[in-house]
Ligand binder design. Structure first.
Ligand code: PRP
Ligand code: ORO
Ligand code: MG
Length: 192
């Protein structure tokens, strides 16, 4: 599946929003990919995640013990991708602001692949890697549906993106005037 097809699915679902958005990194952007509007459709989610699973299989040699999704955005794509990989899906979720594996036990040395929805700065994936490494697991790769950095983000492990789509993002004190003129909203779940 190529980038146009992935973006086509997002557009068809009404998931490409325009306005003034506060991203999880604190950056501001005129575009927000509201993945929930895609993931509400099982057929669209299946198409995307089957293709992502194929890309992961081609890129990751050896066994994968678990797929790990960072909640909330990673829950559905991690689950659906794991179904196509034939391995269990678990998740990390925030407790006191930090990602924790609250509901599962995982053996030290387990080989895991993180599956995210969207990557902008890679902050959420790096936080997930930190949590998983503290548990003694081996993070063999991370994957996402759309990489908004278009390959520029370094998360410290190979990042497998189904699509790369570069979208502008600005520090809050360096907004272009047309963005500063629009009230900002924060759609994601960090700090709520
Ligand atoms: O690469 P980054 O700069 O970390 O940005 C991408 C992250 O932002 C979103 O999560 P968010 O924390 O907004 O909450 P959500 O998972 O509930 O959507 C998205 O799900 C990714 O996890
Ligand atoms: O960077 C983010 O927080 C982010 C960007 C985006 O387009 N979609 C999303 O869910 N999160
Ligand atoms: Mg998220």
């Amino acid at each position: 599946m190529n980038t146009d097809e992935v973006l086509g699915i997002f557009r068809e679902a009404g998931a490409v929003l325009e306005g003034h958005f506060i991203l999880t990194s604190g950056l501001r952007s005129p575009v927000f990919l509201q993945k929930a509007r895609v993931f509400m459709h099982a057929d669209k989610t299946e198409r995307l995640c089957r293709a992502l699973a194929q890309k992961i299989r081609a890129a990751v040699p050896g066994k994968i013990d678990y797929v790990v999704g960072p909640a909330i955005g990673g829950l559905i794509p991690a689950y659906e991708t794991s179904r196509h990989l034939g391995v269990p899906a678990i998740w990390v979720e925030r407790e006191g602001g930090e990602f924790r594996l609250r509901r599962f036990e995982i053996a030290r040395g387990s080989r895991v692949v993180i599956v995210e929805d969207i990557v902008t700065t890679g902050l959420s994936i790096r936080e997930t890697i930190e949590c998983l490494r503290e548990l003694g697991t081996e993070v063999v790769a991370a994957a996402c549906i759309i990489d908004r950095s278009a390959g520029k983000t370094d998360v410290g492990v190979p990042l497998i993106a189904l699509a790369e789509y570069e979208v502008p993002a600005y520090p809050a004190d360096r907004l272009p005037p047309e963005l500063a003129a629009i009230p900002a909203i924060k759609p994601g779940s960090r700090n709520i």
